[in-house]
Design a protein around this ligand. Sequence first.
Ligand code: AR6
Length: 176
Amino acid sequence: MSTTHDRIRIHTGDITKLDVDAIVNAANTSLLGGGGVDGAIHRAAGRELEFECRMLNGCKVGDAKITKGYNLQARHIIHTVGPVWQGGGKGEAELLASCYRRSLELAVANDCRSVSFPAISTGVYRYPKDQAVHIAIKTTGHFLESSALPEIVVFCCFDEPMAELYRRALSDLQES
Ligand code: AR6
């Protein structure tokens, strides 16, 4: 039987290139595109993505919405809106955990066997990377304990130092 941590993978590279059932987008509340990973996903998916996003009426911080993947290999894009870091006293940790939970719930509802997440809120939204990574790993690990889907969750890091933070957080999870 595979354990929870066997179902979590860490990858360094561009999330738009991944062949998974769903990739997660670190969007903003408008869902109409932006910079960072959001811009890369909209460029790679093509203009039709924006048309579908316009129909969704935005998304609240901590929530998630799903669209088709269009020109991506991924069948779906799960758009979630992370919190802007404001020092930690504005419920940021709970909102970030909620992004992971809501995205995973949508993945399950759409029969996704494999899902990839970027490091939500750690770019333009300035969430401290080590804290964000711990929340990502802990929330996902907890979710997978009681759900057979997704079978695999890939944390896609843009650079190697970020991947190292994930590896450390994953080994902390194994030890706890
Ligand atoms: N693949 C994987 N990871 C990436 C990629 C990529 N192609 N590009 C960037 N990253 P950010 P946020 C990493 O700023 O902090 C947008 O304008 C990046 O190194 O994309 O949640 C939205 O519209 C960082 O670690 O998202 C919102 O307005 C992580 O992805 C706002 O930015 C997240 O960085 C959201 O800010």
